[in-house]
Ligand binder design. Sequence first.
Ligand SMILES: NC(=O)c1ccc[n+]([C@@H]2O[C@H](COP(=O)([O-])OP(=O)(O)OC[C@H]3O[C@@H](n4cnc5c(N)ncnc54)[C@H](OP(=O)(O)O)[C@@H]3O)[C@@H](O)[C@H]2O)c1
Length: 246
Amino acid sequence: MRSDLLDLTRRAALVAGIAFLSVPAMAQETPRKIRIGVIGSGNIGGTIGTLWVKDGHEVMFSSRHPESLKPMIEGLGDKARAGTPEEAIAFGDAVFVAVPYKAYPELSKSYAESLKGKVVLDAGNATKARDGELYDEVQANGIGATSEKYFPGAKLVRAFNAASSKVFAKAGADGGRDRAGGRMAIPIAGDDRAALTVAEGLVRDAGFDPVVVGGLKDAARFAMGSPGFGHEQTAPELRKTLGLTP
Ligand SMILES: NC(=O)c1ccc[n+]([C@@H]2O[C@H](COP(=O)([O-])OP(=O)(O)OC[C@H]3O[C@@H](n4cnc5c(N)ncnc54)[C@H](OP(=O)(O)O)[C@@H]3O)[C@@H](O)[C@H]2O)c1
């Protein structure tokens, strides 16, 4: 158990680009990528998961009908595989949730228990037209608190919610290196510092620069419909937009 924990900590540190220079054995290890489980492999799950695969992460894309993912998986090579949501959660050192917000109560019933203690990146947005009551709940309580209610005990980080999958696909192509003006920034927010570190690394690995906005309650600052939503800016520009210290 202790070695498992140490292993995950090492993987988390490696994905965040942190070297354990004080541990000579680690310095000689080839940096490893982490395993990521994707729940909801549609527009956003498919797009961001693909960027992680291209960076060398092992990704299990999931669907309630995993066979439907075959064409996508086949085009991505041996770092990508398909499974059920249960399998993706078990597989992932971190899990990316990318399903319509109205599905959160159902998802919670089925998977909240197995997501406890996991680093969970949450891209869901609630819209009035699509998500009905869940939209009202988010308006009343905030997106961070609402996601936390449905995934209690998960190490939640709001991420990749604040622009469209088409924008992410373009801006993250080639590791974001070719983007005119510099890499696009992704606002993230979470209460667990270690999970934020993992998320920062995963944002970088997908080809973007992370901007930590604050705790889960601060996810409201870049929620859909807020002034912080929908920007295609670099990290310094986004910090300015959000009124964060540089
Ligand atoms: N599209 C974007 O540009 C974008 C950008 C940022 C954030 N978001 C947010 O990301 C979320 C997903 O959006 P999307 O556009 O990617 O949707 P999408 O293309 O419709 O894909 C969502 C996937 O979720 C899965 N799903 C639906 N209900 C489920 C349930 N009850 N249990 C498990 N899986 C379920 C479906 O997979 P199966 O039917 O195969 O199981 C579906 O492929 C939304 O909350 C959206 O607001 C979207």
